[in-house]
Ligand binder design. Structure first.
Ligand SMILES: Cc1ncc(COP(=O)(O)O)c(C=O)c1O
Length: 403
């Protein structure tokens, strides 16, 4: 079928929840994608930070094939071997004692919100239930998680939202302290605000949040849906800060392209979930857990995360050279394999032009180009990306000069 026909059918049959790019990817390998007409693209978005090992990594493909021949699904009414092994692997490599599995980032955050409330209910009765989150945050698209998300554009038209949330500016510890009251139970935030613009925490900020949480007996919940599983050059984003949260939510990179979410928590909090309090039919099924185990096999190899750090520094250096060249680039920020380039203009036309030139990147907010390459990239991928981006930005600059 012709591409134009497929695009028409897409519009006819799918709810228009996305402003999709007019491209149909049909194949991928490593950091490369091909569309249905055989055109080749460099993928520096990796399915929104999901394909951590790139496309069709042989170890991941083999694990999925093997598991699908043995057992896809049985439900959580029974014990599931890969689920137990995955929970053990996550616990042994983090602050956490216990894991709950689900299918997405929103669900992992939903579980975090429910667990925080249930824990507070057990500790203080129903009197305390409020959660503080940050402006410009993004926590998902369910009613609870759009309420947690401190951006009104995701909430418009969905009232009444959930009760008990308030928002403070990211990196403003005084505002956070002022927002805590006798009903507050938790603070929930991202170690890097990803969708909100790749906003980095100031030095000491997450440590200060931890200190405030301890002082006021609040739970510190970190949304690591985008920053987790090596994206920042450490397995988890919190590990850059010398602190331990009480809970983290994971999804995206955990399954490397297979849908899985997870909530990790310390034991005293996790105990608030008992049989019947929370559940998920698909959560942690054999297929998803085998995929996640394969991802972790690779990410936890000795030289993997140091490589992410090294290529991340090279990407920073290369993006900074572009910033020095074009005055309309305001700032470069990020770490590891998550980078934002803030422009003084809308990012969307640049994203479209990059796609036409064979580079897949995404936005983060209106004016930020976001780079989320697979964690397996090398310097050659960075060089190719910068060459394409330079060409596109150069045209944007030329148009500006001619106006
Ligand atoms: C930090 C963060 N939390 C939660 C989510 C929601 O994840 P999902 O789309 O898997 O529900 C996202 C998705 O972009 C995210 O970046």
């Amino acid at each position: 079928m012709e591409t134009s026909q497929l695009l028409e059918l897409s519009q006819q049959y799918l709810m228009s929840t996305y402003a999709r790019q007019p491209v149909i990817f049909t194949r991928g390998a490593g950091a490369i994608l091909w569309d249905n007409e055989g055109r080749k693209y460099l993928d520096f978005a990796c399915g929104l930070a999901v394909c951590a090992l790139g496309h069709c990594h042989p170890h991941l493909v083999e694990a999925i094939q093997k598991q699908s021949r043995e057992l896809l699904h049985v439900s959580n009414l029974y014990h599931i071997k890969p689920q137990i092994e995955l929970a053990q692997r996550l616990v042994e490599n983090s602050f956490a004692d216990k894991v709950f599995f689900c299918n997405s980032g929103a669900e992992a955050n939903e579980a975090a919100i429910k667990l925080a409330r249930r824990y507070a209910w057990g500790k203080w009765g129903g009197q305390r239930y409020k959660i503080i989150t940050c402006e410009k945050s993004f926590h998902g698209r369910t009613i609870a998680t759009i309420t947690a998300t401190g951006q009104s554009k995701f909430q418009t038209g969905f009232s009444p939202l959930l009760e008990g949330f308030s928002y403070v500016p990211y990196n403003d510890i005084s505002a956070l302290e002022a927002a805590i009251d006798h009903q507050t139970i938790a603070v929930m935030l991202e170690p890097i605000q990803a969708e909100g613009g790749v906003n980095m925490p100031d030095p000491g900020y997450l440590e200060d949040v931890r200190r405030l949480c301890d002082q006021h007996h609040l739970l510190m919940i970190l949304d690591e849906v985008q920053t987790g599983i090596g994206r920042t050059g450490r397995l988890f984003g919190y590990q850059h800060h010398g602190i331990e949260p009480d809970m983290i939510s994971l999804a995206k990179g955990l399954g490397g392209g297979v849908a899985i979410g997870a909530l990790l928590a310390v034991d005293k909090v996790a105990q608030a979930f008992v049989p019947g309090t929370h559940a998920s039919t698909f959560g942690g099924n054999p297929l998803a857990c085998s995929a996640a185990l394969a991802v972790l096999d690779v990410v936890l190899q000795n030289d993997f995360l140091p490589n992410v750090q090294a290529v991340g520094q090279y990407l920073e250096h290369s993006l900074t050279q572009l910033k020095n060249k074009y005055a309309f680039i305001q700032e470069i920020r990020g770490i590891g394999c998550i980078w934002g380039m803030e422009l003084d203009r809308p990012a969307a036309p640049i994203i479209s032009a990059c796609l036409k030139a064979g580079l897949v990147i995404v936005t983060a907010g209106e004016k930020v180009l976001r780079f989320l390459p697979p964690l397996i990239i090398g310097q050659e991928h960075v060089d190719q990306t910068i060459a394409i981006l330079d060409g596109v930005l150069g045209e944007s600059y030329a148009q500006e000069v001619h106006q």
